[in-house]
Design a protein around this ligand. Structure first.
Ligand code: LLP
Length: 424
């Protein structure tokens, strides 16, 4: 079921009219469906039935709105965090410490201390150097840090080069060929408790083969590490499963197929499995709602200029990502148009020569599948206020992040009294 559907001629999120939200909050605005994210989370959990006690740690970077994280925490998910900010957000939203995994290639000592004092399930450590620092920090605090090493399996995959993480040349993890030596070295560090291995090869994966190849290598590594005397109790398989953005392209593998592959690939591992899905949980649960400012003629196709821009939804500019664009009140007419934002860069283009609903000035449109890596990647470029966010649940809705007032943005900067101009 699609939680964004036409009722009485106009697009709704669950029971709520998007036009009503636009009138009340203004545009652009992100709108999220509670049902959609809960169904996505339950769908993965159901698919993983038969896997003993999995920990599904939602990758908070995909959508870190407190109301979203709280919804998913209440649904039983943990959190995969990559900064002190995400750790604190997750705790504030009700995620239990023993469901938090701390990932990331550049954890600072302050971030390590924060998570150690608040508690967590494990750090996914990305280098021997990081392990040494973490051991020192934990020892100074009189604690032992639970860790897994993130292993780089030299299997890269992903929807775009910028979101591929498992290739040997990528910055992530320890090279799988060095793992035995690094685990042996880390086992001598006093502040660590080595409990597992972790892997994440990329995002928006369109096929299961690279994942299965990486998991096979991890399976061999687990056996080798155990024969070297390490207790390997956990295996974190990362996230990465793709979602359909373009209905005209073949869809990525379904969670059921992913889960069947996981069961096959991990059979006999005898380790607690962890998962770090982000996009799969929230992408389809969000839209970016925007209003057409005006339409102007173009060399080949008209330009539909909307009030959302690359600062609100960066994925098309950064990764050539494709988001479906629909009219909120479709009138059965379609055309081919370019959809662009007001920012002063040619890169501020959402779609080129797109066949879509015909729209005119004042009409509302949505960018679909914008629940993941959308609001979290927004900025104030061109002094545009950060996009507000709305959460819908049935016939209820609430602004879960207000639009930042431009006055407040200006007031956040300060002009020292010695600023007088460019004189010496
Ligand atoms: N675990 C780790 C260690 C990660 O680095 C990531 C994503 C995930 C889990 C979650 O991956 P997912 O299940 O969402 O694919 N901004 C990009 C995506 C960047 C992904 C970064 N890491 C985009 O908009 O496509």
């Amino acid at each position: 079921m699609d939680d964004f559907r036409i009722r009485d001629g106009e697009l709704h999120c669950e029971e709520v009219s998007l036009a009503e939200i636009a009138a009340a909050v203004g545009t652009p605005v992100y709108v999220y469906s509670t049902y959609a994210m809960c169904r996505n989370a339950a769908g993965l959990a159901d698919a993983l039935e038969g896997v003993d006690n999995p920990l599904i740690a939602y990758a908070v970077k995909a959508n870190s709105n407190a109301a979203v994280v709280a919804t998913l925490a209440a649904a039983g998910l943990g959190a995969d965090v990559v900064s002190g900010g995400e750790y604190r957000r997750s705790r504030a939203a009700g995620v239990a410490p023993d469901k938090i995994v701390f990932s990331g290639v550049g954890k600072t000592e302050a971030e390590m201390a924060l998570a150690l004092s608040g508690g967590l399930f494990q750090f996914n450590v990305e280098s021997f150097e990081e392990a040494e620092t973490l051991s020192t920090v934990a020892t100074q605090m009189g604690l032992t840090a639970p860790i897994a090493f993130r292993v780089n399996p030299a299997v890269g995959a992903g929807g775009h080069a910028k979101i591929t993480t498992g290739a040997a040349e990528n910055k992530f993890g320890i090279p799988i060929g060095d793992a035995a030596e690094i685990y042996a070295g880390a086992a001598k560090l006093p502040g660590l408790n080595i409990q597992g291995v972790a892997v994440h090869i990329g995002s928006q994966l369109a096929s299961l083969e690279p994942l299965e190849e990486a998991f096979a290598k991890i399976g061999e590594l687990i056996a080798q590490l155990r024969s070297n005397g390490h207790l390997i109790a956990t295996a974190d398989l990362g996230g990465g499963l793709g979602v359909p953005y373009n209905p005209d392209l073949p869809p990525p593998p379904k969670p059921e197929d992913y889960a069947a592959m996981v069961r096959r690939a991990t059979s006999g591992w005898d380790a607690r499995l962890l998962f770090e899905p982000g996009r799969l949980i929230v992408a389809s649960a969000g839209v970016l709602l925007s209003r057409v400012i005006r339409v102007k003629p173009g060399a080949e196709h008209p330009f539909v200029i909307v009030d959302a821009a690359m600062n609100d939804l960066m994925r098309p500019a950064l990764y050539e990502a494709w988001h479906k664009i629909d009219a909120v009140r479709p009138n059965a007419e379609t055309w081919t148009a370019n959809v662009v934002g007001p920012v002063c860069e040619t890169g501020d283009t959402f779609a080129t020569a797109r066949s879509m609903d015909k729209v005119g000035a004042g009409d509302l449109v949505v960018f679909r599948t914008a629940g993941a890596y959308a609001a979290t990647m927004s900025s104030t470029y061109n002094s545009r206020p950060l996009t507000p966010e709305v959460l819908v649940h049935g016939d209820r809705w609430a602004v879960v992040r207000p639009r930042v007032d431009v006055e407040a943005m200006i007031a956040a900067d300060s002009i020292p009294d010695w600023v007088t101009g460019c004189t010496a």
